[in-house]
Design a protein. Structure first.
Length: 94
């Protein structure tokens, strides 16, 4: 059973909270995969400024792309664990 700490008490996490956690983790993982693709495909001079543009450079930011893939996969694993907890919680109600 999943528990959350709230002022010293253990309270069960609701199904709605688990659903939101699953959605947020899954969406964040998808965003990281898109960012990873951008890092692998676009040269550093063509990246958006928020991703760290290097003027007059032809290199790709492969380390950052690899890090984004790893973090995206980790977030999807966590979203899968939250989804598993959600399904387990819904089965225990019946």
């Amino acid at each position: 059973m999943v528990f959350a700490l709230e002022t010293g008490k253990n309270t069960a996490v609701s199904r709605r909270q688990l659903l939101w956690i699953t959605f947020i983790l899954g969406a964040a993982g998808a965003v990281l995969f898109v960012i990873a693709i951008i890092y692998f495909v676009a040269p550093a001079s063509d990246l958006p400024s928020i991703l760290g543009r290097i003027q007059h450079s032809n290199v790709h930011r492969s380390r950052r792309g690899t890090a984004a893939v790893i973090l995206g996969a980790l977030l999807w694993i966590l979203a899968g664990a939250a989804l598993f907890a959600l399904r387990r919680k819904s089965r225990s109600l019946y």
